[in-house]
Design a protein around this ligand. Sequence first.
Ligand code: R5P
Length: 315
Amino acid sequence: MGMIWLAKDPLYNSIRIRPFLQKGFKVLNIEHKRFPDGEEYIRILDEINEEDHYVVILRGFPEQNSNILRGLLIIDTLRDFGARKIIVVWPYLPYSRQDKRFLPGEAISVITLVKVISLLGVSYIITVDVHNESAFKRFKGKIINITTEDLWAEYIARRYNARKIALIAPDKGREEFIRKVAQTLGADYYVFEKRRDLTTGKIVCHSPTDEESIKNAINYADCFIIIDDIIATGGTLANIARWLRTEGFNGKIVVGGIHGLFLGNAVDRLLRSGVDEIIASDTVSNPFIHDELSVSPLLVNAILNIIGEKGERTR
Ligand code: R5P
């Protein structure tokens, strides 16, 4: 079997690469610069070998649009120089929240994005806890969505083991994820429901689906952990923290983001709402990353499984 090269977007710094190196991946040297008018420049400095595997790992945030452009340049240049086995890894998939037509005539941006990537001759796209996996039913290519429930459950068990924990899913979309984490931990979980204004995107209503039982939990739990797939403005999690505090909860409130974007004053908003601690994985650069929540070991496994299954060729 050929070598496995890690062709990382030169601007993607948060993702931990040690697990890749430990498994023998070699880092492909890629030069990047930006022209004065903002256009992206990419040059691949190593020789490309048809027999080798190329794992293109792309940054999702910030600067989604230029990240996409660099990704396209890297993939297409690899192809031009003979790479035939290309796996794209996009831990935080940009545009993933525009996954359906909320209003007539809208673009389903995430589907357009993955279609374009696969047109370049990519066999697999791997992502992590994508906002809505069912969106990909409309896509014919191969997408692997890695879910991180076990990672979070193990981390929580280690870190907060002395506490009486209750978990919260901030909306119906996260319920399954939280249910699995709670099951592993043997903890209770509660679900909130939210409705957004489809034009402005603002949350118009956000409340627990079973108010009575979460009010009971406030009496026994000493730590609520709320995990969302994306923390953007922080509004969703701040609403819940504020609700808990208003109901008289005095214990610890921890919020976790798989993809922590922390836009604008999100951190301040969270802390002011009563959140004590913020934790995040390494898919997006932010100050709250915990190494034990790094998704890299899971990515490495998924890649090695694909390569193993497909043997010499991934296409
Ligand atoms: C949307 O439904 C997502 O799952 C997140 O809840 C949302 O993106 C969080 O956004 P924000 O932090 O702006 O409330």
